[in-house]
Design a protein around this ligand. Structure first.
Ligand code: PFF
Length: 447
């Protein structure tokens, strides 16, 4: 498929919203707070912010540039630029599929919480321990979470099958501002809870004594996961940008928005965690225990809970769509399949993975892979190995193989900012690869 016949997003606002729709999701509101909680709070936040600025943003610019230069999916883009780098595209597509495998499970949990909120008396229960139990019971249920995960996979499939423009843009346009307003209201509420200030301190005051080499790997992995980079999703999305869409402004706005939502999520979660006496290192269940504790404390709990989890469902949906789209676009364009058949194949494989991942937290708890459940292995393998590796290779490709002029043209089509471009190239060629390599070497024992 060439640039002329491919679908495009309507314009820059659309490009920002759609790319931000991919970036903002469970990574910000579920994964970021629980990793920060497990890794010392403030210190994790600082490392995360530095990683976003020094590695995340340059990498997003690089992926956007590859997408707008080629107008192809991740594999096709590398094939068009330099055939030897095609495996990097394959690794990206594989990462999307594997992430979807566990992401659909968590997305299913948010859907369950949204649906049961108006009907369950649990919503008004002020005892935080009861929310822990409710969550554990739900996750260990043999069929309920599985059905929700598959349901989420099918919803994603429907939007993908409707086509790029109609489905994805519509969903992203109105959800983001609403989610943001809800987060601000909840953050204020949470900070005002008794003992909330302790949580604020934990999140904003760095304690570097807790930092280990693993903290760096987790923070960098989380930065990539949250920005949806290191796996070619942003290459695919940028390939749909309309001519004239500013790559620089889009990348900057998406990065800012994504980071803001993650920080807001921390401001919602940690004051409430400390106020309710919940353990900040509770792991993946943290948000699903803490949010209900916040809601049970405010009037109209059921309404708040429903609205917030609805927004979370939508945020998750715009992210699952982007992962699905990147794998579907690959099959459609590289295997010459119809969009429908390509989408069906991706849905089938990802739903199968999601079923296994969901069961691995309940019935299949005993089956461990290197000491991790299947769910955790998918998470660890993608966020801590495949995405940082994909990011490292993308930096090397863009820094040393991608035509310097072509890269510059994508970023500065009608202006020239030599200084800024020189800084970016230095980050992509030197700082990013060296930092990523150092982090990898330091974590060799863990990988
Ligand atoms: N960035 C998404 C989030 O933070 O929830 C997750 C994600 C979407 C990761 C798309 C990777 C991806 F390609």
């Amino acid at each position: 498929m060439n640039g002329e016949t491919r679908a495009t997003f309507a314009g820059r606002i659309s490009a920002v919203l759609v790319a931000a729709g991919s970036a903002v999701g469970l990574g910000n509101i579920w994964r970021f707070p629980y990793l920060a909680g497990e890794n010392g709070g403030g210190a994790f936040l600082v490392i995360y912010l530095v990683a976003i600025l020094l590695i995340g943003l340059p990498l997003m610019l690089s992926e956007f540039a590859i997408g707008t230069a080629t107008h192809r999916n991740a594999v096709g883009a590398f094939r068009a630029l330099d055939k030897r780098w095609v495996p990097l595209g394959y690794m990206g597509v594989l990462s999307s599929v594997l992430i979807l495998g566990f992401y659909l499970v968590v997305a299913g949990w948010t859907a369950e919480y949204m649906i049961h909120s108006p009907f369950s008396s649990q919503v008004t229960n002020p005892d935080p321990q009861s929310h822990v139990l409710a969550f554990e019971n739900f996750v260990a249920n043999p069929w309920k979470p599985v059905l929700y995960a598959v349901g989420f996979g099918l919803a994603t499939h429907l939007i993908i099958a409707l086509g790029v423009q109609k489905g994805i843009e519509r969903a992203a346009k109105w959800m983001m501002p609403l989610l943001f307003v809800a987060l601000v209201v909840l953050a204020v509420n949470s900070i005002l809870m008794p003992g909330g200030m302790e949580g604020l301190k934990f999140f904003l005051k760095p304690d570097f004594s807790k930092v280990t080499p693993a903290t760096f790997l987790m923070a960098v992995g989380q930065a990539f996961f949250s920005l949806s980079i290191g796996l070619g999703t942003m290459i695919t999305y940028a390939s749909y940008f309309k001519k004239g869409t500013s790559v620089r402004a889009t990348a900057l706005q998406v990065t800012l928005l994504d980071t803001l939502v993650a920080v807001m999520a921390g401001l919602v979660i940690f004051p409430a965690v400390f106020s309710a006496g919940i353990e900040p290192g509770s792991g993946p269940s943290l948000v699903f225990i803490t949010l209900p504790s916040i809601f049970s404390n405010i009037s109209l709990s059921a309404l708040w809970s429903t609205i917030f989890f609805l927004l979370l469902v939508l945020a998750a949906l715009t992210s699952t769509i982007s992962m699905h789209e990147s794998a579907t676009a690959y099959l459609e364009e590289e295997w010459n399949l119809s969009r429908c058949v390509a989408a069906r194949m991706v849905t089938l494989i990802t739903c199968l993975l999601a079923v296994l991942a969901s069961l691995s937290l309940g019935m299949g708890k005993e089956c461990m892979i290197f000491g991790l459940t299947f769910f955790d292995s998918l998470d660890y393998l993608t966020a801590n190995i495949m995405l940082p590796l994909g990011a490292l290779l993308t930096c090397i490709f863009v820094g040393y193989r991608f035509d310097k002029k072509l890269f510059e043209q994508q970023l500065y089509p009608d202006c020239c900012r030599k200084g800024e471009y020189a800084v970016l190239r230095f980050l992509v060629k030197v700082i990013c690869p060296i930092t990523l390599l150092l982090i990898f070497v330091n974590n060799l024992g863990l990988l």
